[in-house]
Design a protein around this ligand. Structure first.
Ligand code: ATP
Length: 244
């Protein structure tokens, strides 16, 4: 479904991604892990059309999307939930969802509303609350719900548990399991590396912009030495993650 072939992305003189190749097949949950600054966000943003690669190609469902703009990619079925959960804080939960589903027809939008309400009962109870008053966990759920309103065939999630307290991390992991069990195709960047890999069909380890290991999720999760060498801590959690 998604194929990156030797993709290189730069910020001026800094090469953040070096010839990275990765694929996500239909129905797979693929997890991308690596230390801070490894290039994980750069890779997701390159796929989502927010950054331009300088070499290599990105294909989505067989089509070359290397130079596609982000709006076209959303219409083609790809949605990114960015790091730091970008939601409209001055709008209500309902308004945030309506805006996200703006390209759908009335009946499609109503159907997606129903799906989202089933998946996120906590949001349904806060339909008319301004998003700025949501807790971190609720805001993250709203960010994912917004992405689902475009009914994507591929969901890209960038650090969905970043900055969340442990109980809220559990809520987001439960959500990942639900989405995986629904057969959603997902590429997830996650700092709780081992835990995420244990759920994943396959995983990739990125370090200094290069893919340095790949395998099934459980295989990678079992490699303690890999976590010590590449992630920097035995459980795969970044040392800069404090939670809140
Ligand atoms: P983190 O877990 O800290 O978010 P990451 O693996 O997502 O890290 P990226 O954010 O993709 O890493 O950054 C990869 C490299 O690119 C880093 O060296 C970073 O400093 C650099 N970088 C990221 N964004 C920019 C930018 N806008 N301008 C210049 N350099 C950048």
């Amino acid at each position: 479904m998604l194929e990156l072939d030797q993709v290189t992305t730069r910020y001026g003189a800094i090469t953040a991604l070096h010839s990275a190749s990765l694929r996500v097949d239909v129905g797979e949950m693929v997890v991308l892990v690596g230390p801070n600054g490894a290039g994980k966000t750069t890779l997701l943003n390159t796929v989502a059309g927010l950054l331009r690669s300088t070499a290599g190609s990105v294909r989505f469902e067989g089509a070359d999307i290397t130079r596609a703009d982000p709006a076209r990619l959303v219409k083609s079925g790809l949605a990114l939930v960015p790091e730091h959960r970008r939601i409209f804080k001055d709008l209500t939960v309902e308004e945030n969802l309506k805006l996200a589903g703006i390209t759908a027809t009335g009946s499609e939008r109503r159907a997606r509303f129903e799906d989202v309400a089933m998946l996120f009962p906590v949001l349904r109870s806060k339909w008319t609350t301004s998003a700025g008053f949501l807790s971190g966990g609720e805001a993250q759920q709203l960010a994912v719900a917004r992405a689902l309103m475009s009914n994507p065939r591929l969901l890209l999630l960038d650090e969905p548990t970043l900055g969340l307290a442990p109980t809220l991390v559990d809520v987001i992991f439960d959500l990942l399991v639900t989405l995986r069990d629904q057969g959603r195709t997902m590429l997830v960047v996650e700092q709780n590396a081992r835990r995420a890999l244990q759920l994943a069909d396959r995983g990739y380890v990125l370090r200094s912009g290069r893919i340095v290991a790949t395998g099934t999720g459980p295989e990678l999760a079992a490699q303690t030495d890999l976590f010590e060498a590449f992630i920097g801590s035995p459980d795969g959690r970044s040392s800069e993650d404090h939670g809140s």
